[in-house]
Design a protein around this ligand. Structure first.
Ligand SMILES: O=P(O)(O)O[C@H]1O[C@H](CO)[C@@H](O)[C@H]1O
Length: 287
């Protein structure tokens, strides 16, 4: 069985035997947001290509390293580069690192991504706390939990009405307000598509009418698997571009713009995440 409990355990044990850091927080860096990993002190980094059973990063802006370290004294592990459906990976490979996180002892996952803004009030550079998602590939049966269920990870039919932890959401709002980020901190619904082609104008209009505030090609699959195995989830989108909603517009979505906006807001995003991490409470604080 691919990405089985045994396979994931072997990978986790390989990592645990090579670092003394026992992370309680797992962080995933979105496109152009890999700088988050550089915040970790006393780093121990593994290239994805060296880790048994691990997929490889193929997208520009995703370095392909798993970094262990301390963030303001808290043990963390950080994926500097994530996997997407459009890279050609089967969906369970895209999400496998969440199971590795779980087996490393992670209790809280913080996911970040770059996304297009669908909400007309949003501006490029806004940070959107994800309060819920719409899983378009899921509607078509492409769910990372499809296939036999291993109860050692979680139940067959996990609830998703509590996917995004409300306490962590409140914490982020508080930390954001303290940092003076109120003007560009939002809360909204993220819609995932398969990519790699960006959306048509009609597709953007449709998603917006369906209640989505931002659109991207990641995160949701990871959230489903993280919740399935009982980790708490917090996620945020950096609005790197405005989705094109108007036939008179000459704008075209492009990955270079996505990476450039990442650069612009990187420092604020890092401060938000690191200040949040210092406030997160864990059951097991001896790491
Ligand atoms: O979601 P992340 O990994 O941040 O990347 C986003 O940016 C890329 C498109 O520019 C897509 O991969 C989209 O999902």
């Amino acid at each position: 069985l691919r990405c089985s409990f045994e396979e994931c355990s072997a990978t986790a044990e390989w990592l645990l035997s090579r670092t003394e850091i026992r992370p309680l927080v797992g962080i995933v860096c979105g496109s152009g947001l890999g700088g988050l990993a550089e915040m970790l002190k006393d780093q121990m980094a593994f290239k994805y290509s060296d880790i048994p059973n691990f997929p490889q990063s193929t997208v520009h802006g995703h370095a392909g390293r798993l970094v262990f370290g301390k963030l303001k004294g808290k043990a963390c592990v950080c994926m500097q580069g994530r996997f997407h459906l459009y890279e050609g990976y089967p969906i369970h490979k895209v999400t496998m690192p969440m199971r590795i996180f779980k087996l490393l002892g992670v209790e809280t996952v913080i996911l970040t991504n770059a996304a297009g803004g669908l909400n007309q009030d949003y501006k490029v550079g806004d940070i959107m706390i994800i309060k819920d998602h719409i899983n378009m590939p899921g509607f078509a049966g492409n769910n990372p939990l499809a296939g036999p269920n291993d109860e050692r990870f979680g139940v067959r039919f996990p609830s998703m009405s509590d996917a995004y932890d409300r306490e962590l959401l409140q914490l982020a709002q508080g930390v954001g307000a303290e940092l003076g980020f109120g003007d560009f901190l939002r809360e909204g619904v993220y819609c995932v598509l398969g990519g790699p082609s960006f959306e048509t104008i009609a597709e953007c209009r449709m998603m917006n009418r369906l209640g989505a505030d931002a659109v991207g090609m990641s995160t949701v699959h990871e959230v489903i698997v993280a919740r399935h195995c009982g980790m708490r989830v917090f996620a945020l989108s950096l609005i790197t571009n405005q989705a094109v909603m108007d036939y008179d517009s000459q704008e075209k979505a492009n990955h270079e713009e996505v990476l450039e906006t990442g650069q612009l807001r990187a420092k604020q995003l890092e401060r938000l995440v690191s200040n949040m991490v210092t406030h997160i409470e864990h059951n097991n604080n001896d790491a």
